[in-house]
Design a protein around this ligand. Structure first.
Ligand SMILES: [Zn+2]
Length: 204
């Protein structure tokens, strides 16, 4: 296997990237000068040092000077502590923050759970979510998943997983309201639609 094929194999592991696109990436890199490539190499090398995982919401964030592993959002005193919004991925966080319609805390599940998945807890942070609900004083858990089969399946599994805790602690569980059309991923829904879906959320 030559260098083009080897590198293309890495790119083909990226989300949404097929073999043909991954080859195009490699040929693109071949046309760049050394400065460009060195900057890219340095960024990749530093990524895991500069960006860390928040121990509360499990979001990746740029490490600050402090030694704590809690992101600025989780220690923001202006956030409404009584609300916790669970989302699948980091990109959903950025998207929802931009709408400025939600002012509570977040929890990143780390992925969606495909239908018929035998070990859902390996695909998503279900135990960690339950632990968070056990430890914190939360009044409402908002589940914001994609409006597609994997998103709906994930929502159902979350509900089952946290049911006993929610009942015991009297935590309301809600999901995004209508407006998100079927099949749409949160990441690709426009801000206005997402705002309506959030403000029109329904308790389940
Ligand atoms: Zn956090």
């Amino acid at each position: 296997m030559n260098s083009i094929q080897k590198l293309a194999r890495f790119f083909s592991d990226f989300p949404g990237i097929g073999p043909r696109q991954s080859k195009r990436f490699v040929y693109f890199l071949l046309t760049r000068d050394n400065n460009y490539l060195n900057e890219l190499i340095a960024l990749i090398e530093g990524l895991k040092k500069d960006i860390v995982l928040c121990s509360r919401c499990f979001r990746y964030y740029p490490r600050n000077s402090s030694t704590s592993f809690v992101c600025p959002t989780c220690v923001d005193p202006n956030k409404d502590k009584s609300k916790l919004l669970v989302i699948a991925r980091d990109v959903d966080f950025e998207h929802i923050e931009k709408t400025a319609v939600y002012n509570g805390y977040y929890f990143i599940l780390g992925g969606l759970i495909p239908i018929l998945e035998k070990e859902p807890e390996k695909k998503a942070r279900l135990y960690e979510l339950k632990k968070r609900l056990e430890a914190d004083a939360v009044d409402e858990l908002i589940i914001a998943m994609n409006a597609n089969p994997d998103g709906e399946n994930t929502e159902e599994i979350i509900r089952e997983h946290v049911r006993s805790t929610a009942e015991r602690k009297n935590i309301k569980i809600s999901t995004l309201g209508r407006g998100l059309s079927t099949g749409v991923e949160l990441e690709y829904s426009d801000s206005e639609t997402l705002k309506h879906a959030l403000s029109g959320r329904r308790v389940i």
